[in-house]
Ligand binder design. Structure first.
Ligand SMILES: *[C@@H]1O[C@H](CO)[C@@H](O)[C@H](O)[C@H]1NC(C)=O
Length: 154
């Protein structure tokens, strides 16, 4: 589990490095592809990363809430699925390939699952409500960027 997360985390870092220009010299501009497409890929990655951070906060806030904790398990499943898709997008990026539609679908499916589960969290605690709204917003941002990847990366 930890290794799996680390691998995905490294993928996120690698994609971040691409954005700031630390692209390996053997990858030409043409291979890296259209700029807008890459910006969208990085936006997905950044929003998913933020969603993971917010989920971690919620895990602490809801540690005594069994229903909330169960929903967080589903949210984490969704985010892991999204990360798998992102890892495929990163692989494609470095192979100089277009974003595979299956990977984009996987990102979207994971984000939808996480969003549905987040929507089901109920709490009277305003701090929890704030975190849930933050998480939902981050998931929506990731989803919009994911849609753009499909539109822009071909
Ligand atoms: C959210 O709640 C609805 C209504 O109870 C349920 O049908 C749905 O499966 C729940 N979704 C998740 C992801 O828990």
């Amino acid at each position: 589990m930890f290794n799996r997360f680390s691998t995905k985390f490294c993928s996120l870092i690698v994609l971040g490095a691409v954005l700031v220009g630390a692209v390996p010299a053997h990858i030409s501009a043409r291979q890296v592809g259209d700029l807008q497409c890459n910006i969208d890929r990085v936006k997905v990655t950044g929003s998913v990363f933020q969603a993971l951070q917010t989920t971690r906060s919620l895990t602490q806030q809801l540690q005594n809430d069994a229903a909330g904790t169960a929903l967080l398990t589903t949210i984490n499943q969704g985010l892991l699925g999204a990360e798998d898709g992102i890892a495929d997008l990163v692989t494609a990026l470095f192979a100089g390939q277009t974003a595979p539609e299956s990977a984009v679908d996987q990102v979207g499916g994971g984000l939808t699952l996480a969003f549905d589960a987040a929507s089901n969290i109920t709490s009277a605690d305003p701090a929890v409500t704030d975190s849930v709204n933050k998480l939902k917003n981050e998931l929506l941002q990731a989803s919009f960027a994911g849609d753009n990847v499909l539109d822009e990366c071909h």
